[in-house]
Design a protein around this ligand. Structure first.
Ligand SMILES: C[S@@+](CC[C@H](N)C(=O)[O-])C[C@H]1O[C@@H](n2cnc3c(N)ncnc32)[C@H](O)[C@@H]1O
Length: 454
């Protein structure tokens, strides 16, 4: 685009914001340009300036334009394999893991005409039974597009729209009438529709699952990061995020981890992690504190590839293995010295307060991906550090163990993979958008065809 055309295009976006309150600045420019070009072609207009004049004269065109920009192609059980995975890997655990007196809250973000929200309802009802479902589940389904929400609330779909619903669900969850297939009223009452702009409005809070499929891909990278941060905030811990097949989480390894990467299902990561069970298991090998508990245990500890040190109850270095000696420049003659005498107590990370915390709260504390710039090494090393209180069989505190698990290699591989994914992402998204646009055209054509019944 020439600078003049760019300016005309920007003016059009400003107009949409000022007159209709829709802010498209967080959307991918190429997608907007393509969609608007289609309207220009259809209306036989030359440029964006002419289009602005047209919008002023024919305000009805705003609706056509928004329809085209907020493409709401959707479907029941869209990508069936992804829904199967969600059911097996998330929904089942969610239902089994929550006490029966607690509610289950789900957010379908960018729900379009409701098919995704009702798919969630069908799966949950199947897993927990209709009665439990109607007592405990709430599905908040939101979108920017009011017209789409009206269709969603009416919950009546054509034969073509329900084609993706498996037969057993079509039979049990829909009621056939002259106007089409209506989603069952008692199940429908648990789905609450509302308008919410993902880029600006406050997120729904304390949800167990966010399903936000095929919506992020229309946003710029910056807006995607912003929206994903809101999802992280919205989710309880544990909580899961379900994206569309063409979407990736960029630079989010600190906040989400994959459950099924191919199906784009992620679990929220918390901050520090408690490993109550791990703490008591680890107490055994070093029982006896500074005194070795047996040759086998000592040999195992000494040869471990993970650097390991143990402090006694007075905070003195009581044990260390060969890997810790090599890595931190320690020596067996250092045994018995106060831990705060060593550089390791504050570099690569301030450990004294973490050790205090583990001791006071009698629980393990984990620090993830701590960077350590070692002198003479071109790249920093990366470590996961776990601080464990060590107890004897009677629960008395014997000391504190600190493990330094080097993850530099994994981190580099992951970064390479993310870079490769980032390079592929525009291509995936483009493909998905083109496929959505084709589907939209196909359904427009079939609705316009003679003999079509809505
Ligand atoms: C392609 S549809 C996806 C529908 C459904 N999630 C699915 O995967 O089948 C994208 C939806 O995102 C909605 N959308 C676009 N921008 C939005 C925003 N800023 N906030 C909320 N919804 C938005 C559109 O209105 C549209 O309904």
């Amino acid at each position: 685009m020439t600078p003049d055309k760019e300016r005309d295009f920007d003016d059009l976006l400003v107009m949409l914001k000022e007159i209709r309150g829709f802010d498209f600045s967080g959307y991918k420019r190429t997608t907007l340009e393509r969609r608007i070009a289609r309207r220009l072609e259809f209306l036989k207009l030359r440029d964006h300036a002419e289009y602005r004049d047209y919008l002023e004269l024919e305000p009805e065109e705003f609706n056509e334009l928004f329809d085209s920009l907020l493409i709401n192609v959707t479907g029941f059980f869209r990508d069936p394999a992804a829904w199967q995975s969600l059911r097996a890997n998330v929904v089942r655990g969610l239902v089994a893991g929550k006490p029966a007196d607690q509610g289950i809250r789900i957010w379908s973000a960018g729900c379009a005409t409701g098919e995704e929200a009702y798919t969630l309802a069908m799966i949950l009802a199947a897993e927990m039974g209709d009665e439990e479902f109607t007592r405990r589940v709430k599905i908040y389904a939101t979108d920017l597009d009011e017209q789409a929400l009206q269709v969603a609330r009416a919950a009546v779909y054509t034969e073509r729209q329900v084609a993706g619903v498996p037969a057993e669900f079509l039979e049990t969850c829909f009621e056939r009438s002259e106007s089409g297939y209506g989603f069952r009223r008692d199940l429908r009452r648990r789905v609450i529709f509302g308008r919410n702009d993902l880029t600006r409005d406050a997120p729904i809070s304390r949800v167990d699952l966010v399903s936000a499929r095929n919506t992020l891909m229309y946003f710029t990278t910056e807006t995607q990061l912003n929206v994903v941060r809101r999802f992280h905030f919205a989710l309880s811990d544990p909580g899961h995020l379900f994206l569309g097949r063409a979407e990736m989480l960029l630079n989010q390894s600190d906040t989400f981890e994959p459950v099924d990467l191919r199906m784009r299902i992620f679990r929220k990561k918390g901050g520090t992690t408690s490993f109550a069970g791990l703490a008591s298991r680890s107490a055994q090998p070093v029982a006896g504190g500074p005194r070795p508990a047996g040759e086998l245990h000592v040999a195992a500890l000494a040869s471990s590839p993970i650097a390991h040190i143990v402090l006694d109850t007075e905070g003195r270095l009581a044990l260390l293995n060969a890997r810790a000696e090599a890595l931190f420049n320690l020596h067996p003659r250092d045994l018995g010295r106060p831990f705060q005498d060593f550089e390791l107590s504050y570099r690569p990370v301030e450990l004294r307060s973490v050790i205090e915390q583990a001791r006071a709260e009698v629980r393990a504390v984990e620090l993830r991906e701590v960077l350590w710039h070692r002198p003479g090494e071109p790249q920093p090393g990366v470590f996961d550090i776990v601080v464990l209180p060590l107890r004897d069989g009677a629960g008395r505190l014997l000391g504190v163990g600190v493990n330094f698990h080097e993850v530099t290699r994994f981190r580099r591989l992951r970064d390479d993979l993310q870079r490769a994914n980032r390079a592929l992402e525009p291509a995936y998204e483009e493909l998905q958008q083109i496929s959505d646009a084709l589907k939209a055209r196909e359904s427009e054509a079939s609705e316009a065809a003679p003999g079509h019944q809505a």
